[in-house]
Design a protein around this ligand. Structure first.
Ligand SMILES: Nc1ncnc2c1ncn2[C@@H]1O[C@H](COP(=O)(O)OP(=O)(O)OP(=O)(O)O)[C@@H](O)[C@H]1O
Ligand SMILES: [Mg+2]
Length: 246
């Protein structure tokens, strides 16, 4: 009798197995794209609403309008790049990797979530303990991973029991080969029941959550030959990304 592992491998190599694999990849890609498109689309709606409020007000400066239009354009471009990059990630397509400055990737991500943090009165800080750390990869993808971690932290500290909500993004050089990025918060912490499976798709404790943010982040970091983990800490949460240095 063939053992289960051999059966599995025979199935994977069969026509039906390959078709099943393709369909699964397609389903994952669709879920990932839908999840990530929500971020730029949400920003576009907010900025467009702000713009129409300004336009109906008494004084409108062309510079102010120009800035809002630029920000709508930037988010629309981000949306198209998300579709391209998510396809690449799930279809394992080769792509042009470049030298990415982690300070830039972190600062740009923080700039994108700054207004949300401000609205929720969350203190958001960025600390870099490394001199110009660089990795070889795709900046937009790394920013997507970071964005999901920071958004989770903001949600975790957005709780009446937390008096001074704060989120810190910290870059440090681990050794000659590896750089770490930690996203730390003093929030409610990852619930015990899901601690071992937070990086699996569709695991969520949030009523409005899809349970995809950490699965996407984990796939992106793996694609960059790095590791992501939920580090044990006394209180709050510490998500850690470890990436090979360029
Ligand atoms: N910083 C954090 N503090 C506390 N719990 C967290 C934190 N980050 C993640 N979690 C827990 O892990 C779960 C999975 O996170 P994940 O980002 O994958 O999905 P989600 O945030 O629920 O939904 P979404 O798909 O919109 O991101 C969350 O529902 C939450 O329970
Ligand atoms: Mg999330």
């Amino acid at each position: 009798m063939t053992n289960p592992e051999t059966q599995l491998s025979e199935f994977a190599n069969s026509g039906v197995g390959r078709q099943w694999e393709r369909e699964t990849a397609m389903r994952v890609m669709t879920a990932y794209i839908a999840h990530e498109l929500n971020h730029p689309l949400g920003t576009i709606i907010n900025v467009a609403n702000m713009l129409s409020r300004r336009l109906s007000g008494p004084v409108v400066s062309p510079k102010d309008i120009g800035e809002h239009v630029e920000s709508i354009k930037a988010e629309a471009i981000r949306a198209t790049s998300i579709i391209r990059h998510m396809r690449m990630l799930t279809e394992h397509k080769p792509t042009a990797r470049t030298s990415v400055s982690l300070v830039e990737a972190c600062s740009d991500t923080i700039a994108r979530v700054a207004s949300l943090a401000k609205a929720k009165q969350v203190k958001l800080r960025f600390v870099s303990r490394a001199a110009r750390p660089k990795v070889y990869g795709v900046k937009e993808l790394l920013e997507t991973a970071l964005y999901n971690l920071v958004i989770n932290s903001i949600a975790a500290v957005d709780n009446p029991g937390i008096t001074r909500p704060r989120v810190i993004v910290c870059i440090a050089v681990q050794d000659t080969n590896w750089t770490t990025i930690q996203v730390l918060d003093n929030g409610i912490g990852v619930p015990e029941a899901i601690r071992d499976k937070v990086f699996e798709p569709f695991v969520t404790t949030r009523a409005d959550g899809a349970g995809l943010g950490l699965a996407i982040a984990s796939d992106i970091i793996r694609w960059h030959h790095g590791r992501i983990s939920n580090r044990p800490c006394k209180s709050g949460t510490c998500m850690e990304i470890v990436l090979p240095r360029e």
